[in-house]
Design a protein around this ligand. Structure first.
Ligand SMILES: [Zn+2]
Ligand SMILES: [Zn+2]
Ligand SMILES: [Zn+2]
Length: 155
């Protein structure tokens, strides 16, 4: 008998990794511990080098097999990196975050500094929409398991 989608997701490696990740994230945030194992995380990263490599490999494999890079289980929506469910979730989350930032007058790009008057981005982000910054942002997001789809409203 075929397993249900939910069942497969629950048993998937990616889901298990995410569970562990979320549970440990808070505890470990200040202690510089990797959120997935007892190793020490490097500055600015949530995970240690080993876990980052593992996550990157899992994502790469999923991508190569045409599977969602979020759950590593479901096939992707054509032209996207995520399955139907995760693509929808992502859009929803991005949209609500974007709106929250707009309302609170926080830069929609970095989510940290104040947006300039009548603009959606802070001075720094507006001036430096350069490749380097974008890559760095993406790298951090990817590591935190929230890699943005190419059609990201922040751009
Ligand atoms: Zn680790
Ligand atoms: Zn998925
Ligand atoms: Zn900004």
């Amino acid at each position: 008998m075929q397993k249900s989608k939910i069942r497969r997701l629950l048993e998937s490696k990616a889901f298990q990794a995410q569970l562990t990740y979320r549970g440990r994230k808070l505890d470990n945030e200040l202690s510089q511990r990797c959120v997935r194992c007892p190793n020490t995380a490097e500055d600015g990263y949530a995970c240690c080098q080993a876990c980052r490599t593992e996550m990157a490999q899992g994502k790469r494999q999923a991508r190569e097999q045409g599977l969602c890079v979020d759950c590593w289980t479901e096939p992707v929506v054509p032209g996207k990196r995520f399955c139907v469910q995760h693509d929808a979730q992502r859009k929803e989350r991005q949209a609500s975050q974007y709106i929250q930032h707009l309302i609170r007058r926080i830069c929609v790009k970095c989510g940290k500094r104040k947006a300039q008057r009548a603009l959606v981005r802070c001075k720094e982000c507006a001036a430096k929409l350069g490749v380097y910054k974008r890559k760095k942002h993406q790298r951090i997001r990817t590591i935190r398991g929230t890699a943005l789809a190419p059609t990201d409203p922040y751009d």
